[in-house]
Ligand binder design. Structure first.
Ligand code: COA
Length: 169
C-alpha cells in the first residue's frame, strides 16, 4: 500500500507525524486549554508513547496522524488524521484532530478534516468514519456538522460520556 506521507490543503501543509515532532507536540500536549477535551495534559513520556503508537499504527494500517503547518510561515498548527479504534467491540476508523489554541476559529479543523476524509474515502476506500466528542465540546460538534457527519448516539468512550458521530460514503 502506498503511504500518504505528505499532502497540502488550501492553507496548510501536512506530513506524517514522527519523532522529530516531539517538542511541538509536547508543547501542545502541555496546554490545558487544548487538552481539556482530550483527557487532560500529557507528560513528555506520554507524548513519546503517543508518537510511538502513531508510528506503529502507520506501519500496521498504512494510515495515521499527520502534523499540519501553516503554509505561509511554517508554524505548527496541530495534528489530525485517521486511527483504528474499538467501538463496543467493533473495529472502526475515527477522525481525530487537535489544534493549538491560537489557530482556533479560522476554519482550519474543518479544512484538515475535508482533506483527510477525501484520503479516507477516495484513497483508502474506507466505507465509513466515526468520531467521538465530549458532550460539552461544542466547537468539535460544529466541525462534525460542517463535515457532514451525523450524530448517531450517546456512548461511553475512555470512561467518559461522548457523542458518537458517523459519516458513511
Ligand atoms: C475543536 C477544534 C478542533 C476546532 O478547531 P477550529 O479550527 O477552531 O474549528 P473550525 O474553525 O473549523 O470550526 C469551529 C466551529 O465551531 C464553532 N464554535 C466554536 N466554539 C463554539 C461553541 N462554544 N459553541 C458552538 N459553536 C462553537 C465555530 O463558530 C465554528 O463554526 P462556524 O464555522 O459555523 O462559525 C479545536 O478547538 C481544538 O483543537 N480543540 C481541542 C482539541 C479537541 O477538542 N479536539 C477534538 C476532539 S473530538
Amino acid at each position: 500500500m502506498q503511504l500518504i506521507d505528505t499532502f497540502t490543503t488550501h492553507r496548510l501543509f501536512a506530513e506524517c507525524l514522527q519523532s522529530k515532532h516531539l517538542n511541538e507536540l509536547y508543547r501542545m500536549h502541555q496546554n490545558k486549554q487544548v487538552m481539556a477535551t482530550l483527557g487532560g495534559v500529557r507528560s513528555d513520556e506520554e507524548t513519546r508513547l503517543f508518537i510511538l503508537n502513531n508510528l506503529n499504527h502507520w506501519q500496521r494500517y498504512g494510515f495515521g496522524l499527520w502534523v499540519f503547518r501553516d503554509k505561509v510561515n511554517n508554524q505548527f498548527v496541530g495534528r489530525a488524521g485517521l486511527r483504528n479504534t474499538d467501538v463496543e467491540g467493533n473495529e472502526q476508523v475515527e477522525l481525530a484532530y487537535a489544534l493549538t489554541a491560537k489557530f482556533w476559529g479560522r476554519g482550519l479543523a474543518t479544512e484538515m478534516g475535508e482533506e483527510i476524509l477525501k484520503i479516507g474515502f477516495e484513497l483508502l476506500n474506507l466505507p465509513e468514519i466515526v468520531c467521538f466528542i465530549l458532550t460539552n465540546n461544542k466547537a468539535s460538534q460544529r466541525v462534525m456538522e460542517k463535515l457532514g457527519f451525523k450524530y448517531e448516539r450517546d456512548i461511553i468512550h475512555a470512561n467518559l460520556p461522548h457523542l458518537l458521530y458517523r459519516l458513511i460514503v
